[in-house]
Design a protein around this ligand. Structure first.
Ligand code: URA
Length: 230
C-alpha cells in the first residue's frame, strides 16, 4: 500500500481540507499512535480519525436506491448523493454512480471513487449483468418475449440493434430480465417499442451485487475483496 502525507491523504478522503489537517491532528492516529505531523507519511489502512478507521480508498458503496431520488450531483428534488455523509462528497477523486437508475427505479446501485473501474463498468463494451424485476401495464405477449430473447430489435432514436436478453415471466404482469448493456431508459424503451409500458422497475442485481439485507435507502460499504476483478 503506497504511503502518502497525512494532509494530502485526509483531504482526498474528505475528512478536512489539506490546510486544516494540522489543526485536526489530535483526532488522527497512525497505527494506533497519535499522529505527529501533518506531513507524516502513512497508508490509509493504518489511519484512524476519532478512533474509527478511515473510509477505504477507493470507496465502493452498494445502495438500495429508493424511489424519488435522482442519480445526479445537480437536479431539482432529492439527490442520491444527499444520502451519504458529507465527507464522501468531498472525496478526490469524486464519488460517482456506476451508471444511473431513473428517479422512479429502485434497487441495486453501485457508487465508487475508482475512476478506471467506473469507466470499465459503464463502457458500452461492458457485458456486466443487470437484473431487473419489471411490472408491466399489460401481460407480456409470448411473441414479444421471443423478440426480446432473440435481440436485434431497435429502440426509438437508436440505430444499434439490441443484444439478446434473458427474460422470464414471474407474474401475470411481471417479468425478470437480464441485460448486458445499459442504454438510456433501456428497459422502459424496450417495452415501449413493443407497445407495452413499464409501471414499476426494480434492479435486483448489478454484477454480483444484490440488495438482499438492505432496506430501501440503506447502503453498505463494499470490502476490497468484494470488488476485486470488477
Ligand atoms: N432501464 C430503465 O428504463 N430505467 C432504469 O432506471 C434502468 C434501466
Amino acid at each position: 500500500m503506497p504511503k502518502e502525507r497525512l494532509d494530502k491523504m485526509l483531504s482526498n478522503l474528505g475528512y478536512c481540507s489539506r490546510s486544516d489537517v494540522r489543526r485536526q491532528l489530535h483526532r488522527v492516529k497512525v497505527a494506533g499512535q497519535p499522529a505527529l505531523k501533518s506531513d507524516q507519511k502513512a497508508d490509509w489502512t493504518e489511519i484512524s480519525w476519532d478512533d474509527e478507521p478511515v473510509d477505504p480508498d477507493p470507496l465502493w458503496i452498494l445502495l438500495h436506491k429508493p424511489e424519488g431520488v435522482t442519480c445526479s450531483h445537480k437536479d431539482v428534488g432529492k439527490l442520491v448523493f444527499e444520502m451519504f455523509p458529507q465527507r464522501y462528497l468531498m472525496r478526490k477523486p469524486a464519488l460517482s454512480c456506476v451508471g444511473r437508475l431513473d428517479k422512479d427505479t429502485t434497487g441495486a446501485l453501485l457508487l465508487t471513487t475508482d475512476g478506471p473501474a467506473l469507466h470499465r463498468l459503464t463502457s458500452p463494451k461492458s457485458l456486466v449483468d443487470k437484473v431487473y424485476r419489471v411490472l408491466l401495464a399489460e401481460p407480456p405477449n409470448p411473441a414479444h418475449l421471443e423478440q426480446i430473447r432473440q435481440g436485434g430489435g431497435l429502440l426509438e432514436d437508436d440505430d444499434k440493434p439490441l443484444l439478446p436478453c434473458q427474460v422470464e415471466v414471474v407474474g401475470e404482469r411481471q417479468v425478470e430480465m437480464i441485460l448486458h448493456e445499459g442504454r438510456y431508459h433501456q428497459v422502459k424503451r424496450m417495452w415501449l417499442a413493443l407497445g407495452n409500458a413499464v409501471e414499476a422497475l426494480h434492479r435486483v442485481r448489478f454484477s454480483r451485487f444484490d440488495v438482499k439485507g438492505l432496506a430501501e435507502g440503506e447502503y453498505r460499504l463494499l470490502r476490497q475483496e468484494e470488488v476485486s476483478g470488477l
